[in-house]
Ligand binder design. Structure first.
Ligand SMILES: Nc1ncnc2c1ncn2[C@@H]1O[C@H](COP(=O)(O)OP(=O)(O)O)[C@@H](O)[C@H]1O
Ligand SMILES: [Mg+2]
Length: 422
């Protein structure tokens, strides 16, 4: 079978890499892909981003299944379009993707269905937003309603920061339409975890747990980023926590969507905040896999991913039991100089080691320019190491990281630190 993976990041490289391992996969196309997918002999980049043109390509090439990585084509309705043309695709419809594409939709949904989350209110009026913040005090969290590529949330520790964020989003239109409405919510303290499941419309299949590292610098210092690394499994999600999240968050979400007339298919990602008493609350939903969580998760998946995807599009995920590598996987992101504010492009990348059973490098912001690998985006590579403990997985990852070089390369040296303390 031929497969199409839509997207160009590290998440898509990891999905395509895993799909290509299936004996029944003849070819994996990646649209548009990156320098790593270009170099992998089992993967073929296709330079198409328009959704109608992608559907045409899938028809012409007789591609049997499409898997979508990023949120933007999902929110634009790629799944609705492909299904209307009779093409098999795994992902949520435009309507289902509102759980991610509108934070107001997600909050109202959680409120309606009793899913634990921070208290909130939605505003489009600047003065009312300022009044609400004055009445509630800091710390407080200000979120642009729409998709903002991970840059639309301000965790304001002071009232000044909160007022500034409101002005940026509502008065100065910093995020355009995405920030024309804002959600202001209660600050939640605790430890975050990523809880990702696959849904086929009826059945829910949880993937391995993981934890992301959002801040640029070691010890969770510096500005927020798209994610500087992730590891799996996340020990904070104990078996009893797992059961509780399924019961209190995931199952009510799928059932609530159905009650509201929306069948949820695709990956569902609940971003959790687990407080000191061990109560999980939902910070947000994503309707796709996380990046970089996908890279360590796919590195641990032993089950044939094509088979799982086929069950997912056929509504038979109840027949699947996933097998995971018992080792821990630690994924370290290597970012460009100036990331996240102003990533510098063009640096030449050297020294990426060949894949081994203990370490694999996934590409994100790279391009193969006449045989030379160059930096083209903020997050450049994600190096995954596997080991019998977090410490051993870190050792494998950083041994590989230390062979790689490009001008201005930034990376954290402590990915997995929360896993060490459990
Ligand atoms: N209510 C909250 N309390 C504390 N921190 C929060 C809260 N909501 C979000 N955050 C922090 O901000 C980050 C980004 O928020 P999130 O809702 O996941 O939006 P997005 O991923 O779309 O930027 C979270 O990973 C978390 O660290
Ligand atoms: Mg998030």
């Amino acid at each position: 079978m031929k497969i199409l993976v839509v997207g160009s990041g590290g998440r898509e490289h990891a999905l395509a890499w895993k799909l290509a391992q299936s004996e029944r996969v003849q070819m994996v196309y990646v649209a548009p892909g990156n320098g790593g997918t270009a170099r992998d002999a089992r993967l073929v980049n296709v330079n198409i981003t328009d959704l109608h043109e992608l559907a045409n390509f899938v028809e012409q090439e007789h591609i049997g299944l499409t898997v979508v990585g990023p949120e933007v084509p999902l929110a634009a309705g790629i799944v609705n379009l492909f299904r209307a043309r009779g093409l098999k695709i795994f992902g949520p419809t435009r309507e289902a993707a509102q759980l991610e594409s509108s934070k107001d939709f997600a909050k109202a949904f959680m409120h309606r269905h009793g899913i634990p989350t921070a208290k909130y209110q939605t505003f489009s009026d600047v003065a009312q937003a300022h009044d609400y913040v004055n009445a509630n005090g800091a710390p407080i969290v200000i979120k642009a309603d729409g998709l903002a590529a991970g840059k639309g949330v301000v965790v304001a520790l002071t009232l000044d920061e909160a007022h500034q964020a409101i002005d940026d989003m509502l008065a100065d239109n910093r995020f355009g339409d995405a920030g024309a409405r804002i959600v202001i919510e209660e600050f939640l303290a605790g430890e975050e975890a990523s809880f990702i499941v696959m849904c086929d419309g009826k059945n829910v299949l949880p993937l391995a747990t993981s934890q992301d590292h959002k801040r640029l610098k070691d010890n969770d210092q510096g500005p927020n980023t798209g994610g500087m690394g992730a590891y799996s499994p996340a020990p904070i999600v104990t078996p009893s926590m797992h059961a509780r999240v399924m019961r209190e968050i995931i199952n009510p979400t799928i059932a609530g969507m159905a009650k509201d007339g929306i069948v949820f298919t695709g990956f569902l990602y609940a971003g959790l905040m687990i407080d000191a008493q061990g109560n999980p609350r939902t910070l947000e939903f994503n309707c796709r896999m996380g990046d970089p969580e996908t890279q360590p998760i796919m590195s641990r998946l032993k089950t044939d991913l094509l088979g799982v995807m086929e069950h997912a599009v056929n509504g038979t995920l109840d027949q699947v039991e996933l097998e995971w590598d018992r080792r821990t996987a630690v994924g370290v992101v290597l970012a460009a100089e100036g990331y996240p504010e102003t990533p510098k492009k063009g640096a030449v990348i050297d020294g990426i080691p060949a894949e081994t059973p203990e370490a694999v490098t996934f590409h994100a912001g790279t391009a193969d320019v006449g045989g030379q690998l160059q930096v083209t985006g903020g997050r450049v590579l994600c190096v995954v190491g596997l080991g019998d403990s977090v410490k051993l997985a870190q050792k494998q990852a950083y041994e590989a990281v230390d062979q790689i070089s490009f001008e201005g390369m930034q990376c954290r040296r402590d990915i997995g630190w929360r896993g060490l303390k459990h």
